[in-house]
Design a protein around this ligand. Structure first.
Ligand SMILES: Nc1ncnc2c1ncn2[C@@H]1O[C@H](COP(=O)(O)OP(=O)(O)OP(=O)(O)O)[C@@H](O)[C@H]1O
Ligand SMILES: N[C@@H](CCO)C(=O)O
Length: 319
């Protein structure tokens, strides 16, 4: 479920008169996603996504996301820019929320990626990193390495142990390890920071869309590859690592973007950090979202299993 703010057909119809996009034919709430309210809009001219930004997206960040998407679209990356109205305004207000009309991209997100799909995604990520080399916008990462200890505290020791026995101690010792080894001196860039399979649209083995840029920020560039690796190369529950998918993802990325020796050497620690980050944010939501809420909670232990895997297989990126 991701329609927190209900917008009537009449309100959407009136909203669309601000734009030169034809008139409303149909509007459907989109079930996928958990952060914002999304509608699929069909007009007499085209299809669009209407997004109303809910509490986790700061409206002050929207100009950064818009500039990033425009920059990437101008360099032919398959991203969905926001549509400007007749007065060249992109950030609108609708039903008391900031809202944007967004280009619709075809494709579906895969749930069990094949090696060919992972390779195409690796290439798309590398192309995006290449295209962002001269992007001048910046946005601090509100979920960067320095925030994870506080996030663990906010979860609470007993609550972490209720998710998995001994989890609090494991998190503390992992935080100490990451503090001692985190590579802050690697090249930084604007990164996507959340390129999970549900944020990549595909037709067969082709990437047709990279979406959901609302965590994008400035951070260690190779960390983006580590996030993508942790999201793509395991079964959803984290219990199975797929070596073919991993090799293919890395091959695709390295075809389009060259990593330095230092960046390659840092991937194991960056992947441990990525696993801890998603384990902690999922744990926080798990603890703070009532079990009967409309939003489906994501399983933190799926990223605990990934973390354990990366701890036990530090040579995984050399294979
Ligand atoms: N530009 C687009 N073109 C086509 N479909 C889109 C587009 N943007 C979003 N969607 C569809 O809407 C769904 C939800 O979008 P999105 O992932 O951005 O929502 P969210 O609530 O911000 O997400 P999340 O919970 O992943 O942070 C996507 O899974 C996809 O099906
Ligand atoms: N992609 C994240 C949610 C958004 O940060 C997860 O699956 O935990």
């Amino acid at each position: 479920m991701a329609v927190y703010t209900k917008v009537s057909a009449e309100q959407i119809d009136a909203f669309l008169t601000r734009f030169d996009v034809g008139t409303l034919v149909s509007a459907k709430g989109i079930a996928e996603g958990v952060e914002n309210s999304n509608y699929l809009i069909e007009t007499t001219q085209d299809r669009f996504i209407l997004t109303l930004y809910e509490k986790r997206v700061d409206p002050d960040d929207l100009p950064f996301f818009i500039a990033m998407l425009d920059h990437l679209a101008a360099k032919n990356c398959p991203v969905p820019p926001m549509i400007a109205d007749r007065n060249n305004v992109k950030i609108q207000e609708l039903c008391g929320r900031s809202a944007c009309l967004i280009k619709f991209l075809p494709g579906i997100s895969v749930t069990v990626p094949t090696a060919a799909q992972a390779e195409a995604t690796g290439r798309a990520l590398g192309d995006m990193h290449e295209a962002l080399k001269d992007f001048t916008g910046t946005r601090p990462n509100s979920m960067n390495h320095d925030t994870w200890r506080q996030l663990a505290k906010d979860c609470g020791p007993d609550e972490l142990d209720a998710i998995a026995s001994g989890l609090h101690d494991l998190v503390e010792s992992e935080l100490d390890h990451l503090d001692a080894h985190w590579p802050d001196d690697l090249p930084q860039s604007v990164i996507h920071a959340d390129l999970f399979p549900d944020n990549v649209l595909m037709l067969d083995d082709q990437v047709t869309g990279l979406i959901d840029f609302y965590f994008s920020c400035t951070d260690v560039r190779a960390y983006d590859l580590a996030v993508t690796h942790s999201a793509w190369c395991f079964s959803d529950d984290g219990s199975q690592f797929d070596a073919n998918v991993s090799t293919a993802l890395m091959r695709g990325y390295l075809e389009t973007f060259a990593l330095s020796t230092q960046e390659c050497a840092a991937l194991p620690i960056l992947a441990r950090g990525a696993s801890l980050r998603f384990m902690l944010t999922r744990a926080y939501d798990w603890i703070n979202t009532p079990a009967d809420a409309l939003v489906t909670r994501k399983d933190p232990t799926a990223f605990l299993k990934r973390l354990t895997f990366y701890q036990n297989n530090p040579d995984i990126f050399n294979r």
